[in-house]
Design a protein around this ligand. Structure first.
Ligand SMILES: Cc1cc2nc3c(=O)[nH]c(=O)nc-3n(C[C@H](O)[C@H](O)[C@H](O)COP(=O)(O)O)c2cc1C
Length: 351
């Protein structure tokens, strides 16, 4: 019954429905999942993943419901984006569902409760006892900050030690100027500063640093990002964030609203970028494939295109939490059909 509540929640405006979902999850009434099939297990960046399906950033921005989310069957959950200071984000309404396309446009602008709040929440979690789930923290900058690098460093130092991995988010389209941090010079400087903090802080030393990129980058920018990541010890890449593109095929009334588009119409574009980066890095940096995954076949395609793990968000809005175990079953079937004993054997097979 609870698992079908998403059908009722869909009748409410998108952001209200999201807050109700968080409230429902806080009740923590979902039973813990059974062990995942061995073909889904992986060891990546020093961490054990029971299955490759993760919850993408933006759903649990303030680390309110980490354990209940892992109980739904996710192999990992990414908190955030968190900025140093709390901020309210853009004016509402700022999340729109595109029912015809099973897509969402969001123009949130990093609404979150800030580092201090999230620090308190994460401190209460026992990282070693989360049904073997992995927790990532996704960090960003405040809208009106003077020095973006200082913002990222502060978030990393305060929150990085409380999560299993940290994601540098330079790819959300709703904070003016944020995506410029993906340009060669800016990105190099940002990553070097963060790596510096990592080396000088014993609590951060062993924590993997990941980078999340946009799907709207040209080939030169992708080459730069691949080179910078390889040269500066980025341990994982998340591909991708939402797009500012609007494919011609969109029919929904909301299609021309500004913001980042996610869900089904993002699948092709984000998978193309994933393949390119996998090739540019020779498969040497594990990639988390994100964008438009809504079934096991999509997930398998991301893996064959170079992803070691995947994340999703928008499909949950349309299909509810049963989707997670559904995808796992379909993925196990796909692997078996192609004669693979473990996901690892299928990674990048289409590139
Ligand atoms: C409502 C909403 C809020 C999001 N907020 C964030 C965010 O704060 N930080 C971030 O890195 N990505 C954010 N994303 C992007 C997702 O993490 C993901 O990269 C994107 O939605 C593509 O995956 P999907 O098609 O499965 O939704 C958000 C997405 C949505 C739909």
């Amino acid at each position: 019954m609870i698992e079908n509540s998403y059908k009722i929640l869909r009748l409410f405006p998108a952001e209200l429905s999201h807050s109700l979902t968080i409230k429902l999850l806080k009740l923590n009434i979902f039973t813990k999942n059974l062990k995942d099939h061995v073909s889904l297990h992986q060891h990546l960046f020093g961490l054990d993943f029971n299955n490759p399906i993760g919850l993408a950033a933006g759903f649990d921005k303030n680390a309110e419901v980490v354990s209940p989310l892992l109980s739904l069957g996710f192999g990992f959950v990414e908190i955030g984006t968190v900025t140093p200071l709390p901020q309210i984000g853009n004016k509402k309404p700022r999340i729109f569902r595109l029912f015809e396309e099973q897509a969402v446009i969001n123009h949130l602008g990093f609404n979150n409760r800030g580092v201090e709040y999230v620090k308190a929440k994460l401190s209460r979690l026992n990282l070693n006892n989360l049904s073997n789930g992995v927790v990532g923290i996704n960090i960003g900058k405040n809208l009106n900050t003077k020095n973006a690098i200082d913002d990222y460093c502060l978030c990393f130092e305060d929150l990085g030690k409380l999560a299993h991995y940290t994601t540098i988010n330079v790819s959300s389209p709703n904070t003016p100027g944020l995506r410029d941090l993906q340009n060669r010079k800016n990105l190099e400087k940002l990553i070097k500063n963060l790596q510096n903090r990592k080396e000088t802080n014993t609590e951060l030393k062993s924590k993997p640093l990941l980078l999340k990129i946009s799907p709207d980058l040209d080939d030169q920018q992708l080459r730069d990002i691949a080179l910078i990541s390889l040269a500066n010890g980025i341990e994982g890449l998340i591909i991708s964030n939402t797009t500012i593109d609007r494919p011609n095929s969109l029919m929904s009334k909301a299609k021309n609203l500004s913001g980042g588009l996610s869900g089904k119409p993002l699948f092709k574009k984000s998978t193309r970028v994933l393949k390119k980066i996998y090739a540019l890095t020779n498969g040497s940096i594990p990639i988390i494939g994100v964008g438009g995954i809504s079934n096991g076949e999509d997930c398998y395609q991301k893996i064959k295109s170079g992803a070691s793990l995947v994340q999703l968000y928008t499909a949950l809005v349309f299909k509810g939490p049963k989707l997670i175990n559904h995808i796992k079953r379909e993925l196990i079937f796909c692997l078996k059909t192609d004669g693979f004993k473990n996901i690892k054997e299928a990674i990048g097979k289409d590139v």
